[in-house]
Ligand binder design. Sequence first.
Ligand code: HEM
Length: 145
Amino acid sequence: HWTAEEKAAIAAVWKEVDVEADGHETLARVLIVFPWTQRYFSSFGDLSCATAILANPKVKAHGKRVLSALGGAVKNIDDIKHTLAHLSEVHAEKLHVDPQNFKLLANCLVIVLARKLGARCTVPCHAAWEKFLAVVCAALSKHYH
Ligand code: HEM
């Protein structure tokens, strides 16, 4: 269900992604902009303000882990459901993360990428990424219903 243009847009943007820096910014934005998401990360230590969140090494390490997992979905774009099946199970059964939160993270990632790409974040590129992230969110939510 992907056009050649969509696949090309997703692959081209992914080549520019820095899983460490962009993952850190994405997860930090989620925790700062949507502070109720902090409840899932009580083991991460100080999340008391934006400065603390941005300086927190666990936020940085975990952002990299999240974006690395997303890289797996980019590489297996024709089989995202299976690629993320185990992660869906972990988030549902073990972490009890409300699946609405996946969309918040997807929105923050779009903002991080758009800021980075600037004018290269064209409308077709934006559309391809929204579609890709919607498929990722659906795959991660699969184990819930
Ligand atoms: C753990 C990926 C969204 C909360 C993880 C892990 C990965 C991951 C790879 C490590 C799993 C393991 O230990 O086997 C993703 C991806 C997401 C996403 C790809 C969306 C694109 C979220 C969101 C939340 C969340 C939105 C909550 C707001 C957690 C928590 C852990 C975790 C609490 C455990 C952290 C720890 O204690 O080390 N996630 N995640 N995840 N995720 Fe997610």
